[in-house]
Design a protein around this ligand. Structure first.
Ligand code: ATP
Ligand code: MG
Ligand code: MG
Ligand code: MG
Length: 472
């Protein structure tokens, strides 16, 4: 089943059950506490918090999500991407646990035709109600596991709604690891859908991130997230999210450039690199589309890091020439039907990635030379710890990213004095603030370039414009 069909079935199922179809919010959220949209519920937060009355009692959406925290998992696990689509149904004080469990089960088994015998459920340890409801739809007790606060209790990190959650996982069989259920093995028992039951409320406690549960919500709500990439992997019978139709044409573009096939999920560096290039190209396209431009801080840095990581992994595959525009073009061509904004922004996206690849090429050549010399010097002194000063100088003077320093040092069997690096960075930021000169000449020059690109390709009310101003 193609991903377009998976989205359509999801919308049809929930709109025919009274849910209002709501478009994805942009990746750049209208919420100062959030770097990038990372879940379907983000745009509905004011309704859950009771700050704004919900305009509809039920909603359904496909949300564009970014999770940079998963960056190191890309290609290493089969299930993590830095950009993915989250299908979600929501109830704002309307239906609750019994309905959402029935919906999820019916949709998965009768509309997506997943084998019910392969589905496993996790519930919060004290949530007998949820366990009973799953039993009632037909899940045998031995495939329901109870997990603690860390795994199956959802909170926002502030006083407000919270509650237990329950997840649906799919057993992909012994090729993905030993038995034991989702509690034992997240790769074999692929988590696909998280159902959050907002039923409690946290109040102000000591104020130090300690917000005790103080009661029950008068209007219990539902928030769910089904990973499109993951269910597509199952329905399309492929091993990893990078091999679904969401990314397969992009992986094929990387294969063409590398002149050899993707080796599959074999755990090799080569396998990781193929997936990183394809996956990061997709995040890159979506971030630029939603108004992010490369910079050295905040969202702009997330984008820059993704592009630079993609470029570096491409180099390690032996792809030497410019490649990012080619790979990103495959993303636009493949997903532009479902996400038309990619098409609208095509020329901007390509101009930005081309420019970044040029700049980074120069940085990389210079930085690698310096780093290699520093590694050799460190070794010669008989220590295996690269000085924080070296990492800082590479970052500060040459724009060489710290994660590259860490990876190169690691590959050479060295550690990096990260504490010292962080202290120097901190010091430099304070100095910059005090002198009122937050921006180096180099950064300003680069911003000007991106502004010029924007003037040529984008609108003037483009959100990315304001975001570049957070550059230091
Ligand atoms: P995992 O434990 O596998 O990291 P999660 O518990 O962090 O997933 P949730 O926060 O519960 O994920 O998000 C809801 C759903 O979104 C998940 O069940 C999954 O289907 C999907 N999802 C989460 N993170 C990713 C990711 N990095 N790439 C692709 N899909 C994801
Ligand atoms: Mg996770
Ligand atoms: Mg999880
Ligand atoms: Mg989860």
């Amino acid at each position: 089943m193609r991903s377009t069909e998976i989205r359509r079935i999801f919308f049809d199922y929930f709109t025919s059950r009274g849910h209002t179809r709501v478009p994805s919010s942009p990746l750049v959220p209208d919420d100062p506490t959030l770097l990038l949209a990372n879940a379907g519920m983000n745009q509905f937060k004011p309704y859950f918090l009771g700050e704004v009355p919900p305009p509809y009692p039920r909603a359904v959406s496909v949300q564009k999500c970014a999770r940079t925290s998963d960056i190191d998992n890309v290609g290493r696990t089969t299930r993590h991407a830095t950009f993915f689509e989250m299908l979600g149904n929501f109830s704002f004080g309307d239906y609750f646990k019994a309905e959402v469990i029935t919906y999820a089960w019916e949709l998965l088994t009768e509309h997506y035709h997943l084998d019910p015998d392969r589905l496993w459920i996790t519930v919060y340890q004290d949530d007998d109600e949820a366990a009973d409801l799953w039993r009632q739809v037909g899940v045998p007790a031995e495939r329901i596991q109870r997990l603690g606060m860390d795994d199956n209790f959802w909170s926002m990190g502030v006083p407000g709604p919270c509650g237990p959650c329950s997840e649906v996982c799919y057993d992909r069989g012994p090729a993905f690891g030993p038995a034991g259920g989702p509690e034992a093995n997240g790769e074999r028992y692929l988590e696909i859908w998280n159902l959050v039951f907002m039923q409690n409320t946290r109040g102000p406690g000591s104020g130090k991130n300690d917000f005790p549960i103080v009661g029950e919500l008068p209007n219990k709500s539902i928030d769910t997230g089904l990973g499109l990439d993951r269910i597509a992997a199952i329905l399309q019978g492929v091993d990893t999210v990078c091999q679904t139709d969401l990314l397969a044409p992009t992986l094929a573009a990387v294969e063409r450039l590398a002149g050899r096939p993707f080796p599959g999920r074999d755990g090799s560096d080569e396998s990781v690199s193929f997936q990183v290039v394809a996956e990061h190209a997709r995040s890159t396209a979506f971030l630029i589309t939603d108004g992010v431009l490369p910079s050295n801080e905040g969202r702009g840095y997330v984008l820059r890091r993704l592009m630079r990581r993609a470029i570096r992994h491409a180099r390690s595959l032996g792809i030497d020439g410019p490649m990012l525009a080619d790979v990103v073009t495959s993303v636009i061509d493949n997903l532009g039907q479902d996400w038309p904004e990619l098409q609208t922004r095509r020329s901007l996206i390509l101009a930005v990635v081309t420019r970044e690849e040029e700049t980074f090429g120069a940085t990389l050549r210079q930085g690698t030379r310096l780093l290699d010399a520093a590694i050799a010097r460190t070794r010669a002194t008989g220590t295996n710890r690269l000085a924080g000063e070296t990492a800082f100088e590479l970052h500060d003077t040459y724009g060489f990213p710290i994660d590259l320093t860490l990876e190169a040092a690691h590959a050479a069997g060295l550690t990096v004095d990260s504490d010292r690096y962080a202290a120097l960075l901190d010091e430099q930021r304070r100095r910059a603030k005090k002198s009122g000169k937050g921006k180096t000449a180099d950064t300003m020059r680069r911003q000007d370039t991106y502004r010029a690109i924007l003037a040529e390709h984008g609108r003037t009310d483009f959100i990315g414009y304001t975001h570049t101003s957070t550059d230091t």
